[in-house]
Design a protein around this ligand. Structure first.
Ligand SMILES: [Zn+2]
Length: 529
């Protein structure tokens, strides 16, 4: 309770600072400067944060790799940043997602390196608006966001504004309430820029589960309003029903005002489907989506309503990574925000599977980023390649794209991330203990449903588990107790995103039954027997 109060007080303080911060006269100037100095900033961060601190986990990794700061500076000057990062990764200077989360020991050359969750935070910044990965305030990874970072990101807002010619469009967002700060944060930025706040719809779950999050959201909105920022309260959507959003957009369109909608991928798909079902005309709406991979099936569903959809790519722990431009009309591709992040890739076997993936590794370059990560893996895969198109992002120097981005080590249904290892523990131990059976008798399958990411809990008839609904409810309760769980179980319960069935778990061609079966990813789907 005390922790919660402290959390929301800090957030209120962050809101206050952000409201009082004037919009920068030329946000693009800061981005251009950072783009020109990205290598310099990387070296400076490495020197001040890593090489000056023998306790720092990366300090030991660099020592084991035989790389002093002078060597690093020489390499970056000679080969460039990305090539140097690739050589560093090969020499052991990287972090896997499990090492980053503290779920696997960090061992290089037989030496165990101490790496607590605080060790990778950037000591040069302090944050007020905290963002929680996967929405779990107490158990997720908390990321402080400094006011300076928030205002720096104004440049991305400007780029998007120009690229999609958003002036003249009405903004609507379907965003969760607290503990996610996205809904409020988006509106604070708009207000600072003198734009009209976005109409805000939220999925909220039942009062019994979400009552205190609603209360906290109202408190923070009230704080912003008292500071003079007219942030609206969200409209709560009825359970499993996105038609109010579609109706609202159609109403505006009829009045001659086109809309742009921001949300995770799944809600965007649900809104487009609701429009089609109710024969509402929302054609011409631009959907700017994030939080989940935009798969071909989901893109097709949105485009079938006559709308255009463009993904943004970001990871709470890393920051903003890329944005699609108007010309990226297929697949799940983005221009890399090369000013703020360096991205390389390496081939590896995905955890819990026998699939080889092109895993992405991220390095922070912004001096005021919440963390200073070097070659950190986030269990996402994609293909890196140069891109040159006639767009705002290319003109800003973002000449590298990642295409076909997908997540391989975790479930990302409806924008909520759950760690594979946590789910595996529940599926392989907790469920068998409670309902019978053993490892391999319970499997969670994520696949692209017609309208959203669906999860199916498959229960082997062999387990003799009884009614599937009871097993499903137990699973949701267990998920609530682990990383990212509170929000995830609430959202799934709300939107019918998790179904249970007595059915034999899928097996891969090699005969393995994996606890997590990501049927949605192309690679994995091809392997299903
Ligand atoms: Zn482009």
């Amino acid at each position: 309770m005390i922790g919660e109060l402290a959390y929301y007080s800090r957030m209120a303080w962050g809101v206050r600072r952000l409201v009082r911060q004037p919009a920068p006269a030329d946000p693009m100037a800061a981005l251009q400067l950072q783009m020109a100095r990205r290598q310099e900033h990387f070296l400076d961060l490495a020197r001040r944060i890593v090489f000056s601190n023998p306790q720092h986990p990366y300090h030991t990794m660099f020592r084991i790799a035989g790389c002093a700061w002078e060597d690093l500076a020489h390499e970056v000057g000679r080969r460039g940043l990305e090539v140097t990062l690739e050589r560093l990764a090969a020499a052991g200077v990287f972090l896997t997602h499990d090492e980053f989360k503290g779920k696997a020991p960090l061992i290089r050359s037989g030496q165990e390196i101490s790496c607590g969750s605080q060790a990778l935070l950037n000591p040069l910044v302090r944050g007020h608006l905290m963002s929680a990965s996967s929405g779990s305030r107490s158990r997720g990874t908390m990321t402080p966001k400094s006011t300076r970072l928030q205002t720096y990101r104004d440049a991305y807002h400007c780029l998007q504004w120009r690229e999609f010619e958003l002036a003249g469009r009405t903004m609507v967002q379907v965003r969760p309430i607290l503990p996610s700060s996205m809904g409020i944060g988006n509106n604070l930025r708009r207000i600072r820029f003198g734009e009209k706040p976005a109409k805000w719809f939220a999925q909220s779950g039942h009062w019994r589960d979400a009552g205190h999050y609603r209360a906290a959201t109202h408190f923070i909105v009230r704080v912003a309003q008292l500071m003079g920022a007219p942030v609206p309260l969200p409209d709560y959507l009825p359970e499993d029903d996105f038609s109010p959003v579609a109706r609202w957009i159609a109403g505006l369109k009829q009045g001659g005002s086109p809309c742009v909608m921001r949300s995770y991928v799944s809600p965007a798909v649900r809104v487009a489907a609701a429009a089609r079902d109710a024969e509402l005309d929302i054609a011409g709406t631009i959907f700017l989506v994030d939080g989940e991979a935009l798969t071909d099936a989901k893109r097709a569903c949105i485009e079938a309503a006559g709308c255009a959809v463009y993904p943004k790519y970001g990871i709470s722990e890393v920051g903003s990574i890329g944005s699609a431009c108007r010309q990226m009309r297929t697949g799940n591709s983005v221009h890399v925000h090369r000013d703020g992040v360096a991205v390389i890739s390496r081939r590896r076997r995905a955890p819990l599977s026998d699939v080889e993936v092109n895993s992405l590794l991220f390095t922070n370059l912004l001096p005021f980023a919440p963390r200073f990560l070097i070659n950190a893996e986030m269990d996402d895969a994609g293909i890196l390649e140069p891109v040159s198109c006639d767009c705002e992002y290319s003109r800003a120097g973002m000449d590298l794209q990642i295409r076909d981005i997908y997540s391989y080590g975790k479930l990302t249904g409806q924008g909520i991330t759950l760690m594979g290892s946590d789910i595996v523990r529940i599926l392989e131990s907790a469920l068998p203990q409670h309902f019978g059976g053993g490892p391999g008798d319970y499997q969670l399958v994520e696949f692209d449903g017609a309208r959203q990411s669906q999860l199916e809990l498959r229960i082997s008839p062999r387990a003799g588990a009884g009614p599937p609904a009871a097993v499903r409810d137990f699973l949701l309760r267990e998920i609530r107790g682990c990383y990212g769980g509170a929000l995830a179980s609430r959202v799934w319960a709300h939107s019918g995103g998790l179904e249970a069935a007595i059915a034999e778990p899928f097996a891969t061609r090699s005969g393995k039954v994996l606890s997590l079966h990501l049927l949605g990813s192309k690679v994995e789907a091809a392997r299903v027997s």
